[in-house]
Design a protein around this ligand. Structure first.
Ligand code: ARG
Length: 459
């Protein structure tokens, strides 16, 4: 195969060797090859339909591209850095294989609309996979929520014991975060699925092309409406990186909770050995590496968002070589999002809950203090007064090193005379969670209803 550059015509001197390697993208953009071939086949089909290519030329191009695709997949394709990128490598190989018809493929297009089309086709496929991976993790969370619908643990604000909650309810909170991520990815896909092809270098082309046909062939919703915007727009990449960053931020928060919960001091959950590693020096260690790594990976994905924003800022219309820098952040973001989702979904079913430790923790820290205040309100005390009274009762308990539920009725009556024996029902953990029995509340009955609704939502 000839490595001579298709644009060499106006150049008198060869490219500097370092510049050649420095400007080449083939080492990473070869990943786009299947989409580059798909786009080229649709383009050639359209050109023949419009009488710009003969049927014989189209057939030679389509067959040639398919064979190149097979060679690439089999690892038998020789990639050349001198040919700069995936587009010129494939085009040169095509001409090598089928002769002059190969030289006609680039009629009426440019690498500028070609690369933007390839990246969109690739990201569309990846978004579909990310959508499935999100659903898989959501299903795993619903299973765990169902299994632990009645399990009580302390809920926190400021990482201080706040009120008792059910573990199922906590898993459903994670589910909701991921549901918004799924929506964001689906919304991003709408703007990804617009076709730049036909914009050519920047101004359109002089050939009588049919962009609506090519768009249909490639499954795009429509061709882009402005050729300058079509070749230069990378909003969709930034949007994806933003959605990916929010998703990674969620996974990082979930990871952080697993890390805290699996520490010896909390011991709320045990992660399966298959998701932890040991220490080379401390024999007792079992480290939550998987959640830690996901927490860490959030940083690089946030970084890619910043890289893409900075890449686009200040670029004049239309295409600039800067845009070649969009690929590595995108590829890395997709790989890390997919990997993190997969390992998280594998890890969730293997979590075991330590009910006793959760319960012990929930019994400390006056988690039912609000329930006592609510009890007084039901007996006619204004909430602010009830808050004050219970605050005093808590201070009394702190002094004595006991819990509210351990006070005698007489002691409680010392704080509010209208307290009766039924107060002890609301001071139990079960009574406390069962009482939050409304849409979105932590009561086991509500958790079960929410699981049923969620299953329908993601069916
Ligand atoms: N490798 C280039 C990229 O990734 C393809 C487009 C090149 N276009 C150009 N006019 N140099 O953006």
């Amino acid at each position: 195969m000839s490595d001579s550059k298709p644009w060499a015509g106006r150049f008198a001197e060869p490219t500097d060797a370092f510049v050649e390697a420095f400007t080449a993208s083939v080492e990473f953009d070869r990943r786009l090859a299947p989409y580059d071939i798909q786009g080229s086949i649709a383009h050639a089909t359209m050109l023949a339909r419009q009488g710009i290519l003969s049927a014989a030329e189209r057939d030679a191009i389509v067959n040639g591209l398919q064979r190149i695709g097979e060679r690439i997949e089999a690892g038998e394709f020789r990639w050349s850095v001198a040919l700069e990128d995936v587009h010129m490598n494939i085009e040169a190989a095509l001409t090598d294989a089928i002769g002059s018809a190969g030289k006609k493929l680039h009629t009426g297009r440019s690498r500028n609309d070609q690369v933007a089309t390839d990246v969109r086709l690739w990201l569309r496929a990846e978004l579909a996979e990310i959508g499935h991976a999100l659903r898989r993790l959501q299903h795993a969370l619903l299973e765990l929520a169902e299994r632990e619908a009645e399990t009580i643990l302390p809920g926190f604000t400021h990482l201080q014991t706040a009120q008792p909650i059910t573990f199922g309810h906590h898993m459903l909170a994670w589910f909701e975060m991921l549901e918004r991520d799924h929506e964001r990815m689906a919304d991003c896909a709408k703007r990804v699925n617009v076709m730049p092809l036909g914009a050519a270098a920047l101004a359109g082309t002089t050939y009588p092309i049919d962009r609506a046909f090519t768009a249909r062939e490639l499954g795009f919703d429509r061709p882009a409406d402005n050729s300058l915007d079509a070749v230069s727009d990378r909003d969709f990449a930034i949007e994806f990186a933003a959605a990916a960053s929010i998703l990674m931020m969620h996974l990082s928060r979930m990871s952080e909770e697993l890390i805290i919960w699996s520490s010896a001091q909390f011991a709320f959950v045990t992660l399966s050995d298959s998701f932890c590693t040991g220490s080379s020096i401390m024999p007792q260690k079992k480290n939550p590496d998987v959640p830690e790594l996901i927490r860490g990976k959030s940083g690089r994905v946030f970084g890619h968002l910043m890289a893409l924003l900075t890449l686009m800022k200040s670029q004049p219309l239309a295409y600039n070589k800067d845009n070649q820098e969009d690929k590595e952040p995108l590829f890395d973001a997709v790989d890390n999002v997919k990997g993190s989702l997969k390992v998280f979904a594998d890890m969730i079913p293997a979590i075991s809950c330590n009910h006793a430790a959760m319960r012990t923790a929930a019994l400390q820290g006056f988690a039912t203090a609000t329930d006592l205040a609510d009890y007084l309100v039901r007996k006619g005390t204004p909430f602010r007064d009830a808050h004050e009274v219970v605050g005093k009762a808590v201070a009394y308990c702190v002094d004595r090193g006991c819990d509210l539920a351990e006070l005698t009725l007489d002691e409680l009556r010392g704080f509010a005379t209208h307290i009766d024996a039924d107060v002890f029902d609301v001071l139990t953990l079960e009574g406390s969670v069962a009482a939050r029995d409304h849409h979105g509340g932590t009561a086991p009955a509500q958790v079960r209803a929410a699981i049923a609704r969620a299953r329908e939502r993601i069916a």
